[in-house]
Write a protein that binds this ligand. Structure first.
Ligand SMILES: [Zn+2]
Length: 535
């Protein structure tokens, strides 16, 4: 026991936290008041500790508090009290308050107390007093956190985005009353481009990712995939589940970068590769298309005429310049200058120009389909509306079953989310159908036709990735070329039809008639067996 005339040694503890408002509670102010209190009472200040740590957690990780504890343990009986301004400076967590009281007071004999409302730890009322003081601070903290969450939820429900704007947008801040999310050019242009390219479905998302990266959009591959899944870009705001309200999407007040239609196309594209299977998405990502060099871009479609293996291509140094060659690394008996080969192949491709009559017919059929489509669209709308009603009824029933205690709250939440997702998907479909001109075919048709008709010139004009896509859509398998003639080639089954010369092709689309201007092996001939087709 200390005698009353003995000088008390105290440690001052000041605490702030970035998640609390520090009204009149800055570290300086706390220290000033504590020092003046000690001066009035004649206490000896051993040390002052400043903590910047939230007091709402029940953890033992407060670095300064730990140092004080270590100091007190090493210097037993050298410290009598740890003083702070108010109880909320000590703890906003009742559990922590009692645990540390035990550690300091019961184990080490060091008293924890405030100067504003000190507790008498020698009396019997201290547990009630400490529970009240720290409990009030605790409650205050819970309230603040609830208010913040309420605020965020309310903001989201109004379609406002309170967080950092996603890529392609920026946060505009003109004071508290005028905060919003605006489109951020030129990044937005790249994001829009990415969505549109993926929606078209001609390139893999990974390829599109590489393109926008080259064009200056800084984004990792996984973030790119997340971006494509973010509803924000089609003008929606995601409101997560909160208290009893399920998660939902609401119409945002920001300007969308892409139409709902484009967005849904992108989702379908991602889903088609990824039917609830993330590993497949990974596979898709891993499948990076390495584009061939301009000088020998046909090599992925060629087989060696000597041994039937896949062909390689590379540059070789000549006396004055480098030349590109196609060659076989397998038998090493095949090597041709790439330039000449490219010309031969282009000559060949030029001959598969579709005949006019077939093209006209094709256009007519497409038009028919489109007219039918418009007739069917109302039917389809009705069907979807029926489906929405059905799911809504199910949802109602689910709620009844939950209220009757037939299903657990976890199951209820799961199923409810699934139903809500279903309803969301159906309603999105309806919305797209309402958009006029959503099924315009003409411009695409016109483009496709002019492309097919001028395929040779177009090939030389477009990107290598598109070139590969076009060639890939013409040839199903690989070609064997020799002496400027194509010996075998396996086409997309649509090509013979387009050319209007079905007679020259057999069932699997391999040209069979040697009377055509092109040289094809006859079925059953030795040559045919030697050079496998369609590998
Ligand atoms: Zn070979």
């Amino acid at each position: 026991m200390k005698k009353t005339n003995e000088i008390l040694n105290v440690i001052l503890y000041c605490r702030v936290s970035s998640d609390e408002q520090a009204e009149g509670c800055s570290l300086d102010e706390q220290e000033r008041q504590l020092r003046s209190f000690c001066a009035r009472n004649g206490y000896n200040i051993v040390d002052v500790y400043y903590e910047d740590y939230s007091a709402k957690y029940y953890d033992m990780n407060r670095p300064e508090m730990k140092k004080i504890y270590d100091y007190c343990r090493k210097h037993r009986a050298k410290v009598n009290k740890i003083l702070f301004l108010r109880w909320d400076r000590y703890s906003r967590n009742v559990e922590f308050a009692f645990a540390y009281k035990r550690k300091f007071y019961d184990e080490l004999g060091v008293e924890l107390n405030t100067i504003e409302s000190p507790i008498d730890f020698k009396g019997t009322e201290w547990p009630t007093m400490m529970a009240i003081y720290c409990g009030v601070a605790h409650t205050e903290d819970v309230k603040i956190s609830r208010r913040t969450k309420d605020g965020i939820h309310g903001t989201l429900l109004k379609g406002r985005w309170p967080n950092k704007a996603p890529r392609g947008y920026k946060n505009v801040n003109n004071g508290d009353r005028d905060k919003y999310v605006a489109i951020d050019e030129p990044k937005a242009k790249l994001v829009r481009y990415a969505f549109e390219e993926v929606a078209k479905g001609t390139k893999t998302p990974t390829l599109v990712w590489r393109e926008v990266q080259k064009k200056g959009l800084k984004v990792s591959e996984s973030s790119f995939f997340e971006m494509l899944r973010n509803h924000f870009y089609c003008g929606e705001v995601y409101v997560p589940e909160y208290l009893d309200e399920p998660a939902q999407y609401v119409k945002g007040i920001h300007e969308p970068l892409v139409t709902k239609e484009t967005f849904m196309k992108v989702q379908n594209r991602l889903n088609s590769v990824n039917p609830r299977n993330r590993s497949k998405e990974k596979q898709m990502r891993a499948k990076v298309v390495k584009l061939p060099h301009e000088d020998y871009y046909f090599y992925p479609f060629l087989l060696c005429p000597v041994c039937g293996s896949k062909i390689c291509a590379s540059h070789s140094k000549g006396r004055s310049q480098t030349y590109a060659y196609y060659h076989c690394n397998h038998c090493k008996k095949y090597r041709v200058p790439a330039q000449q080969m490219n010309d031969d192949i282009l000559n060949y491709i030029r001959q598969i120009r579709p005949c006019k009559a077939v093209l006209d017919l094709y256009e007519e059929v497409l038009n028919d389909i489109r007219t039918e489509k418009f007739k069917g669209i109302n039917k389809e709308k009705n069907r979807i509306q029926e489906d929405v009603k059905k799911v809504e009824v199910r949802l109602q029933r689910l709620q009844d079953r939950f209220l009757d205690g037939e299903i657990s709250s976890e199951d209820y939440k799961d199923i409810r989310q699934r139903y809500n997702d279903e309803i969301y998907a159906l309603k999105s479909q309806l919305e797209i159908m309402k958009t006029p001109n959503s099924g315009v075919v003409e411009p695409q048709m016109a483009y496709a036709m002019s492309f097919i008709n001028n395929i040779e010139r177009c090939l030389s004009m477009v990107d290598m990735s598109v070139r590969m896509d076009v060639l890939g859509s013409i040839f199903n398998g690989k070609m064997v070329f020799e002496n400027g003639k194509c010996r075998t080639a396996q086409f997309n089954p649509i090509i013979p039809i387009l050319i209007g010369r079905e007679a020259f092709f057999n069932n699997s689309g391999v040209p069979v008639n040697t009377e055509t201007p092109l040289l094809y092996p006859e079925p059953g001939s030795n040559r045919h067996r030697c050079y496998p087709t369609g590998v």
